[in-house]
Design a protein around this ligand. Structure first.
Ligand code: PGA
Length: 259
């Protein structure tokens, strides 16, 4: 059975004091939800502070990006050993990195490989743009992104990774995918993983949905059989909303375990 995940991507929001305050506000509400994986991804400068703020809970800390080299002359970048000191997870290939910072599939793959080599769980983002969706290219785009991102991994490594399907047209737009759309498309990504690796890997890997998740739409999406959790942007900046999403995720997980 795939353990459900709820991850909050704070993006470029919150100063260090604000981030610590937000994490502190979330801590009690999240503490008891130990059946699922809860991951908070604050900006780099707040990783240490947020980690301290949630100490004594099972809340995991994730980075939002990372360079693939262990060290070197890469001004402004953060290396895997730096992330590894503070985090268990790292988001790789978010569509904002792909579109604003030119991250192509090869770069995404290097980062995924580096994360695994340093004992970090990558949360690998894939997703089609609005234009690609309208042109009927969703399958082709997701096949390419998924195949290239996970290239060179063993089946065991792939099974332990997390993939997030985030349609670019749903990110920050208030227009979440419908539950059926999310289910169908995640099923497609799982199919690609089955083809590239094997059936047990496809059955084991957690695939999340992301894009305009909020507590109003989430119960119907997380109830879908292919959806193993969520990657939340905007709503993760509000303690009450993120806690509600985590509670809903745990309820769906419990329901999925019932025969
Ligand atoms: P959103 O962002 O929830 O604000 O749409 C999701 C994401 O980019 O991970």
């Amino acid at each position: 059975m795939r353990k459900f995940v709820i991850a909050g991507n704070w993006k470029m929001h919150k100063t260090l004091p604000q981030a610590v305050a937000l994490a502190s506000d979330m801590k009690e509400g999240l503490r008891t939800l130990e059946e699922i994986d809860i991951i908070i991804c604050p900006p780099f400068i707040a990783l240490d502070g947020v980690r301290d703020a949630v100490q004594g809970t099972k809340i995991c800390i994730g980075a939002q990006n990372m360079h693939w080299e262990a060290e070197g002359a890469f001004t402004g970048e953060i290396s895997p050993p730096m992330v590894q000191d503070l985090c268990t997870h790292v988001i790789i290939g978010h569509s904002e990195r792909r579109s604003h910072f030119g991250e192509a599939d090869t770069m995404v793959n290097r980062k995924v490989v580096a994360a695994i080599a340093h004992g970090l769980t990558p949360i690998v983002c894939v997703g089609e743009t609005d234009d690609e969706n309208r042109a009927g290219k969703t399958r082709e785009v997701l096949d390419r992104q998924t195949t290239r991102a996970l290239a060179g991994l063993s089946a065991q490594q792939a099974a332990a990774a997390i993939v997030a399907y985030e349609p670019v047209w749903a990110i920050g737009t208030g227009r979440a995918a419908s539950p059926a759309e999310a289910n169908e498309t995640i099923g497609l990504v799982r199919e690609v993983i089955g083809r590239e690796f094997d059936a047990p890997t496809a059955a084991a890997i957690r695939i999340l949905y992301g894009g305009s998740i909020n507590p109003g739409v989430w119960p119907d999406i997380i109830a879908q059989p292919e959806v193993d959790g969520g990657l939340v942007g905007g709503a993760s900046l509000f303690a009450e909303d993120f806690i509600a999403l985590a509670v809903q995720t745990r309820a769906a997980y419990a329901a999925s375990l019932r025969p």
